[in-house]
Structures are given as structure tokens and as C-alpha cells.
Design a protein around this ligand. Sequence first.
Ligand code: PA5
Length: 425
Amino acid sequence: MKLQLNNQMNEEIISSYQKDVERINKMINEKSGPGNDYLGWADWPINYDKEELERIKKDAKYVRDNFDILVVCGIGGSYLGARAALEALNGLKSDDKLEVIFMGQTFSPNYVAQVMNYLKDKKFAINVISKSGTTTETSISFRLLKELLEKQVGKEKARKAIYATTDKEKGALKTLCNQEGYSTYVLPSDIGGRYSVLTAVGLFPLAAAGVDIQAMLDGAKEAREAYNSTDLKTNLCYRYAVTRDYMLRHGKPVEMYVTYEPQMSQISEWLKQLFGESEGKEKKGLFPASATFSTDLHSLGQFIQDGTPLLFETIINVINPKQDIKIPHDDEDLDGLNYLEGKDLAFVNQKAFEGTLKAHVEDGKVPCNVIYLDKLDEKTLGHLFYFFMRACAMSAYLLDINPFNQPGVEIYKKNMFRLLGKKGY
Ligand code: PA5
């Protein structure tokens, strides 16, 4: 991984953060800052439950060998990481033998009804994921899925096709798991949803989809070692974190995550949740936005180039795609594309990246950070997830914000429950 910071940053600015970075890195390592009981993710790549990992691999293989579909039922941190990794690694038109479908992330009657209809007469297993066990979107979907499965195969067989990821001891889902005897994995109490992608929350569905989860953990372990240093010359994670802070304090309140791969758009969604929910408090924080280029150059591109100058970009550029395709020759050449004959699309995509970067930086004066990845495999992705989680903790602490709570999201729920007539609201 290579990181090129935007042209407003220089070594003097970066080193002015040295003392803060040292103080905060100590807080992360010693678990002494606000939200300190939610720092389990920081050492997770070495502390993860090895026995559970083996069970996850075994159960995932069983699901792969015995079902056509795995329905993953969760929302927010209990959903986005798995979806992001799955799409980034397997692509948007995967022909893997196990189809993974997400449900539980919406109240949309259209979506839920369509998925339920699709599942009729299909052989499916369920992975319900909820730390609290009481999240309304997830609970409604799980109730529907469980009923459908029980109707299809009977209560006994259904029990064996339901896999749950939840808190070790408490919560409504945990109680149900104990009662029904579902295979259960743990979302550790010291890891919050949006920092949980490398726990069973992400790993079980990913393993079921044939992803090498051990390699993901290995990548995260490598990142943990690399980003635990306070050397601001070499620690890319903290160089990125202080750049974010500097941008916010210098008139750029929006960070736009950019990829050139539609299959990475869910990585951007994961990033938006991670940074938005961790930092957006006390009227502070960068607003995380996202775009997929070149698609969005034909929509948002105009604003980015010429509109209100409120944003900076963080581009994730994967140099070598997993697959490539050559542009063919055409005798008539009416579309005038023969000048590209024999060229790979990866070549065209990279030139689009280079041309856009130059336009945005030089003409648009948009500060652009670029993360270069040689390729996007399991190890790189595990590394990347850890890189961003650690950068997020550092960024939030630089703003004196607790990165691990989300007090603001409770308010809409209270209103909604009152309107729905829930007891006690
Ligand atoms: O990051 C978070 O903490 C949230 O996005 C939660 O993951 C989300 O609200 C789902 O919560 P739960 O796992 O309790 O169903």
C-alpha cells in the first residue's frame, strides 16, 4: 500500500501533530481514552478467538456444501463490512456456487417482499447478526425469514440452518439462541458494530462465500504492526489521520471517498458509516461522502471540478484488477475507437484516473489523497480495513471525540417507536 497525500500537506504540518499523535497512540494502546471499553478491535488481529475461527470455517464449509443461498440479516456495522468485502472480492456478478443475499438492513416493503418471494422454494440458510438483538429492521426481517424457513423445512431442520452472531451473554437474540440451540458466534462486548468486520460478523458470511478469512486476518495483523508506531514519517495511517484533521480545520469539511471500481462502492459505504458515526458528534467531524468514477464523473464530476470548494478526495486506486478485457478491432471504426484497439480496460481506467486527478488538483484546486493498492485480495483488504479503523480512532481523538458511541442515532428511534405505539415510548 502506498499513500500520496494532497498537495496542501507538507512535512512541517504533519510533524506539528507529533505530540498529539504520541498522546493518542498511547491512549489507544493503553485503552485509556473516552470509549476505552470499545477498543477490542485494536489488538483483535492477534487476540481473536482461534477456536471460534476454526468453527466458523467448518460451519461456513457446511453452508457452502449444503445450501444455495445464505441470507445475511443485519444492519449498520452488523451488515456493511461483510457486504463491502464480499463485493470487493467477488465482484458484482459473481458466479460463486453460494449466493449471498442481504436482508434486515431496511424496512422497505418492496425489497423485503421481493427477497421473500425469491427465497420461496430455494434452499437457504440464515446468518442473523445483531449485537443488541433488538434492532427493529433486523428483528422484523429475521422473524419473516425464520417463519419462511420453518414452513419450508420444519422447525428442527430450520434450527440447523440458522447461524447467529451476537453478544456473548446478553440480548434478545442471545436468549433465542440459547432456547433454540442455533450455532452462535460472538460479537465481543469490547468491539462496536462498525469496528467488527474482522470478527464473526464479517468472517462467517465471507467464509461461506469462499473468501480466505485467514488471509484477511493476516493482512490486519500486518497493519496492526505497521500502524502502531508514532513515527509520522513512516506511519501512513497516522499521516492520513492528521491530514483529515488538517483539512477539516482548513475549510474542507467534506471528505469524498473515490474508487474506480463499482464493486468497491460498498467499501465507500462502510467508510461513510465508520467515519460518519464515529466522528460526527458535538457539531464536529468531516462529512464523509463517496463517488465511483468514472461513472460519477458524468454526474457529480461537474460539482467536484467547479462547485462550492468544500471537499477533498481520498481515492483508493487499485492498480491491477483481478480480471481484464481487451478492446476489440472494428473494421468500420464508426465509433472512432480503433486507436484503443488491443488495449486493456485497466489501461483506460488508469488513464481516466490520471486525467481526472490532474483536472481536479490543478484546475479544480481540490486536494486529493491517493491510496495505491497493487491488487485487491483478502490480505490487502484486511490490511485496509484495519488501516481505516485505526485512522478513524486517531482522527476522532484529535477532535476530542469519543469514536465509539453514537448518541445521535437514538433520537429518531425514540420518535419512530412512539409513532409505532411501542410500550414505554
Ligand atoms: O456501528 C454500530 O454500532 C451500529 O451501526 C450497529 O452495528 C447497528 O446499529 C446494528 O446494531 P446491532 O448489531 O445491535 O443490531
